[in-house]
Design a protein. Sequence first.
Length: 805
Amino acid sequence: MQQRPVSITGTTVAVGHALLRTFYGKLALFLYGLIAMGCGIVLYEHGGVTPLVVAIAVLLVPACVFHAFLEHIFVREHLATPSGGSPEEHLSFSIVRQLKHLQAVTVRDLLEAALATKGGKFIAREMGQESKAFLAAALTALEQSRQDAVEFLARAAAELPNVERKRIDGPTILFTLLRHEPAFHALLDGADLSMGNMLSILRWEAFRARVEERPPLWSPQGLLRSVGSVGRSWVMGYTNELDRLTEDLSADVLWHDRRAVRIHTTELSHALRIIEKPGVHDLLLIGRVGVGKRTLVRNLAYALKMQERKRFRAYSRMLLLKTAELLSGTQSPDVFLLHALKKAQQSGRFILVVEDLALFLQSGGERLRAILMKFLHEENIQLIGVMSTEEYHKTVRCEPILDAAFEKLLIDDANEQDTLGVLMERAFMLEHKRKVAVTYKALRGTIALCRRYLGGQAFPGKAVSVLEDAVELAATASDTFVTERHIREIISQKAHMDVTELSKDDRSRLLHLEEVLKHRIVGQKQAIDALVAALKRAALELHSSKRPIGTFLFLGPTGVGKTHTAKVLSEEYFGSLESLIRLDMNEYSSESSIGGIVGAPGESAGYLAQSVHDRPFSLILLDEIEKAHPKVLNLFLQILDEGVLIDHLGEKTDFRNTIFVVTSNAGAHFVYDAFRTGAPADPEGFRKRLIEQVLSERTFSPEFLNRFDATVVFNPLTVEDATRVAILMLDGIIKDIRREKGVRVLVEQGVVEAIVTKGYSREFGARAMRRVITDTIENHIADIMLQGNVKRGDEVVIRRDQLGF
């Protein structure tokens, strides 16, 4: 393979590398050391310590300044812009310093240099391999390439705008190879990544570089980080009593709290405006657990300090009150707080943050509450309270005077991009601490799986919690990478359901759903066809739709399998019967029963809202919907249409990951009459006539019926269908006994016929069949077991004459 190499000896970065190596290389430092040692001995012998210290300072300061100058010009790639137009001028310092030679550089040399850089190693890890293993695979792929170094650098330079970089660094070289060299596509396929994923990974690597970047010690920023808090109390005032029970959030915030990711930027601007304005300037942050209220407070401390520095104003102190210590660690908390606040008020402006304001109001008593109200109107003291939406409605909203004293700021969940940024920042900290690598796919999987399976807490809090546990799991298992497998294990623990199976995604599950339903549900082929077809249509819009996954109205007589179908669907689609949320609509026949769904003031959260918060990926079964009050039906109109329920506290419950199955016996007599002489020849025509009949009876409004993806008609069961139902029920009992007791049970055919005769009727279908089996078969087996005549491994035969039929 003939490759045209490229020489980079005359490039700007190569010159910079040569200068740094000349003046600050190992040999140069060794010579400096010898010279300094000789001079030091002479100076110490003639003048003592003072001349020695002065001489060292005179030598070090110019050396540090010149080194900083060279780094600023040649090393820091986000500051250095290529001076020439040739592709080799775009090479970064990190690549040049890793090259073994600067003349006759080949693509292989560039590849090896790329994987020796920190950014290149990061990309390899994100593709699931250590850099050495990735290099071996990449070199094998490179053997099939015919591209020379000149052409390759031209392509890499052309990719710079796409990867949002100024110079060709390690990640850019790897990206160019993966994108333009067909032999490298197998590496992408092996990592199950697309080029779009690779672009995101490159952005993540750039983000990592920004997070890890620290200014040199001798730079202005570095010096401020070292001595920034000196004299803090001189400019901010002393608050000795208050300092005992508070944490100073503003102490070193400018130098030690520079966050690479800031979420809720709009809310942060509003909060800053509120605490800066005259009049009502006390702030109440309201939001769900995990939404980032406490992080917003710390970002506010940083933003306020920056603003005060720009305007040359006296600094405000932001103090976090340790409420639990105040209430339990002081003999008279009201007297102590009153004295501390009065003393602090004389020392300048400060902001008191109460992160558990609800605890303060509920447990502090009337005297503490009165002190709080007194200082809410003071000039130099401001209060920032933090509480959940539910706590706000229970403790503040119900007291108009207290409520009016605050400006309220509602904090919503972070969006996906902000959550990803928070996870990235947290991942870098965890990687450094636990020595494991977090892959990009694991981060995206964390967000997707949390949204799908975990309710209750908000983003980004719940995603951060899952990531932390997954990193700990991987570190404990001595795994090198945190992958989606670790994320799924943690999600399974938190969601109380098994989501570790990677192959059973929505589409593969749907492909086998029809077969499973037809095996477990008897006599309802047309209903199953309609149900599965609607679910397949919904799957195509699953990620963009604002409605639930599927909404179905099951019409048909009692005892034909409507509720049983919902249970089977819950098991097969969601993986567990625990994912079924069942509401008997007989219990919601009055207007006041709405509170049982959305909650009511002064009471706990509604059953439906709380259940979906706990299990957002669920099947919701509304049994006998015709019994519900009209206002309850109107409430479900909103849920079925918008996929969202707003409860009595104003909190939203997301129903987009649920399936609604609504059952009704409406039109049952119409169905019986139609099937009296056999099944209708035109099932679709019959379904439309049944809907017209239901509308004519005014059981449901047209608006309600139009909210469903499909209206599924269940046919009355025949005697043959009832026989199959009996066999399935008996089969389940027999398998349970074999698994738990080790006893094999055989049932004669006559027993099945007797069960059908006694348990099946035209009016009630197979509803009574389960009770008949319990009263006869299960009781008979229990008697045999209690007599002690049967042991594990035995066989029991059940005959009709033994059961009293």
